[in-house]
Design a protein around this ligand. Sequence first.
Ligand code: CU
Ligand code: CU
Length: 340
Amino acid sequence: MTEGSQGVEVTRKDFLFGVGLTGVSFVTGGLVGFGFGDSRSGDGGSPPQQATPGSGPQPSGKVTNPYPASLVPATAETTKQLTLEATEKTVDIAAGVRYNAWTFGDSVPGPVVHMRQGDTLDFTFKNTSSQGHSIDFHSAQTPWNVNYVTIVPGKSLSFRWKANFPGVFMYHCGTPFVLHHIANGMYGAVVVDSDPPLEPAREYVIVQSEFYATAGENGSWDADEEKMKAARPDLMAFNGAAFQYRDNPLPAAVGEKIRLYVMNAGPTLFSAFHVIGAIFDRVLVDGNPRNPLYGISTYTVAPGQGCTFDLTVPDAGQYPFVTHSFAYTELGAVGLLDVK
Ligand code: CU
Ligand code: CU
C-alpha cells in the first residue's frame, strides 16, 4: 500500500488529516502511513467494489458503522444467562468490502461477554446455520469431549461454567478445520473482572484478527483456504473491520486511565501490540492482576491470548494503536486514540 495521493483529488480536510498522520509515521521510521492514503480516495458510502478473481479486496472509503469498542459494565447477577447462535451472515470487513462470514450472533467478532470473577455462565449454543459448529471458551474449565463437541444444524447444547480466573479470554468455534472456522469469523472476547476489581478506567475491548479472501458472488468475498494455510492475509482488523478506528477514533481524556482489553483471535498471526506515542503503565498478562508488568512499550499477544493494557496520556493528541508487525499494520490493524 502506498501513500496514494497522486492522481487523487485531495480535499482540504483529508489533506490535513493525511499530513498529521504522515508526521506520526515519520516518527516510527518513515513508514507509509497505515493506509491513510486510502481515506483520500473516498468519503464513505462508496458502492461495494466488484470482486475479481485472483485479486484481494481493497478497502474503499471510510467505515461508517464501527463495532462498539467500549466495554459495557458487567451486570449484577452472579448467574448470567447467555445464548449464542451460530449463523451465516455477510458482514463488512473493511469499507466497501463485504464478506460471507460464519458468526456467533450475526456479528464479527461475536458479542463481548462481560462477567465478574466467581460468576457462573448458564450458556446455550444454538446452531441455526447450514453446517456443524461448536463453542470453546478459554475462560472455562470444562471437558472438551462433552461441551465443545460439534453441534449439527438445528440442534443446541447447554452447559454451565464458572469464571474462576479473571482476565481477557477468547471464545471460538472449534470444529475442524478450526483454521477455517476462526478465519471465517467465529470468535469473540470474554472479559472477567477480578475480585477485587481493577481501579476505574475508560475501557475498550479490541479483538485483532486476520481475513483471507477470494472473490465470491455478487461482489462479496469468500474464505480463501490456501491463503489461510500460507498465513497470507488480505486484511487485518481490530473488531472485525480493517481501519475502522482510524476512520472513527476512540475518545479519551488527558490524564485519565485508559484500559485496553486486547484479545488476539488470530487464527495464526501474533500481535505486537503498541500505542504510538505512549507507554503502558501496566500490562496484565492474560488480563490477570497477579501477572503485572510495568513500563511496557510493545507486548506480544499470541493467537488465542488476551491481555489488559493500562495507559495514561499526558498530552492531548492522536495516538495510533497498532500491531507493530508492520506488514500487517498496513492491512488494517491500526486505530486511533483521540485524546482531548
Ligand atoms: Cu464453526
Ligand atoms: Cu482455543
